[in-house]
Design a binder for this molecule. Structure first.
Ligand SMILES: [Zn+2]
Length: 427
């Protein structure tokens, strides 16, 4: 049986700004990784979904006098188009706002409550008077609201809490069993050095309702995102969150370093709980976690407010993907220099022409395959692209056979999917 891989990218919040270059760096590059494993004959589970509840959509809808559901549906449509434009092969499995998903968010709440792990208490929590809701510690940036930047006050209100503190020791001990970046483990240990119970009530409409009579609050969106990767395995099951025969542990989870703490810790906590009640057969949700680096533009952080952004929509997919891969070591990111994408465009043009001019010269396809395999599996996408360029330069004087061209084209297709095979000669 071929090796089975569950490759997870952290699902996006479908904001009104559309998919940005940071998303593209995460999704398009990891799509190359998945395509490569598939080409090597392995089985790859590459699911996708949308973390669609949240304050920005609600605030925006209120401002323009529309329904958050309507705005969110439009945003998701736009994201889908952008994912298709980048030629990714993700398999969309769920949207957290769907009733079929909310049912399990509510089920989870009730399971926790039944075991004394969800409780109501009056406690001072950071409150944003502009967003009219309490916030989790993770949504506070320098005593201000992460969403709108308003200064926060402390408010005493009755709230629902998840007793994450009961899992503190296990969450710390579990870090020794997983392959996460050392910096992420250190941040989690530190975050768990100050753990308090997780306040999950939000005084907002655009969220999953707390399934208790008389409650008008909704659940923190971090609850929605704490088990989506389990539900991905069995999204249409109406009897169970995930059938025991359907569950797969995530082999590799890739997402931004900003999720090193809150999201990843909440997901680990909920997964431990699901393990304790027999829903999942392993304790840790993610065997391995990697954070992609950040893409800057002309030396500075991309920011909509200063207009210093590039959109994935503005580039042809093959060039975009290969340029992002080439920009720097994947976990460090790199700087987007306007115009430098021409380098990979030129390479792809030359490569396609070369692949279409066939002869009978011997070209060492196997060495290329072995080196690409090593590069891709170790997430060295930048050196993989430079290996492609070296390969071309070393072989451009030769005329490969049709067979060799097709084999090379198949490998190139993992990196530049819309080009390679269609430009290879017909048999
Ligand atoms: Zn706010």
């Amino acid at each position: 049986m071929s090796k089975r891989n569950y490759i997870l990218v952290m699902f996006p919040y479908p904001s009104g700004d559309g998919l940005h270059i940071g998303h593209a760096y995460n999704y398009a590059v990891m799509d190359t990784y998945c395509r490569w494993l598939r080409l090597m004959g392995e089985d790859v589970f590459q699911p996708f979904g949308y973390d669609a509840f949240g304050l920005p959509a609600e605030n925006y809808a209120k401002k323009v006098g529309r329904e958050p559901a309507e705005v969110t549906a439009e945003n998701i449509e736009r994201f889908r188009g952008q994912m298709a434009h980048m030629r990714t092969q993700f398999d969309e499995r769920l949207v957290t706002t769907d009733p079929s998903y909310q049912k399990w968010t509510q089920w989870l709440f009730l399971q926790l409550k039944e075991r004394g792990l969800a409780y109501k208490a009056e406690r001072e929590e950071p409150y944003c008077s502009s967003c009219e809701t309490v916030l989790a510690k993770a949504q506070v940036r320098d005593k201000r609201c992460e969403r709108c930047g308003s200064e926060l006050e402390q408010r005493l209100m009755p709230q629902w809490f998840f007793r994450i503190t009961a899992y503190k020791d296990r969450l710390i001990a579990g870090l020794d069993t997983v392959d996460y970046p050392e910096s992420t483990k250190a941040q989690q240990r530190h975050w768990l050095e100050n753990l308090t119970d997780w306040c999950v009530s939000r005084q907002r409409n655009w969220g999953c309702p707390i399934p208790i009579e008389g409650e008008s609050d909704t659940l923190d969106t971090f609850v929605d995102s704490s088990f989506y990767y389990v539900r991905y395995c069995d999204p249409t099951n109406t009897e169970a969150l995930c059938g025991p025969d359907k569950y797969r542990q995530v082999d590799l989870c890739v997402g931004g370093p900003e999720h090193a703490c809150a999201h990843l810790i909440y997901a680990r906590f909920i997964h431990y709980f699901l393990y304790d009640i027999g829903v999942v057969p392993v304790e840790e949700p993610f065997k391995r976690v990697v954070h992609q680096g950040m893409i800057t533009r002309n030396g500075s952080k991309m920011s909509k407010s200063t207009g210093n952004v590039v959109s994935p929509d503005d580039f042809a997919p093959d060039e975009l993907r290969m340029h992002l891969m080439f920009i720097g070591p994947y976990t460090e990111g790199g700087d987007w220099r306007d115009g430098s994408i021409k380098g990979v465009s030129k390479f792809l043009r030359k490569m396609r022409t070369w692949l279409s001019e066939n002869g009978s010269d011997a070209v060492d396809v196997n060495t290329l395959r072995v080196s690409m395999d090593k590069r891709v599996r170790s997430l060295q996408f930048n050196t993989a692209v430079s290996d492609w360029m070296k390969f071309y330069n070393a072989n451009k004087h030769l005329r490969p056979s049709v067979e060799a061209s097709l084999a090379i084209g198949e490998m190139l297709e993992c990196f530049a999917p819309s080009a390679a095979l269609s430009h290879a000669p017909a048999r």
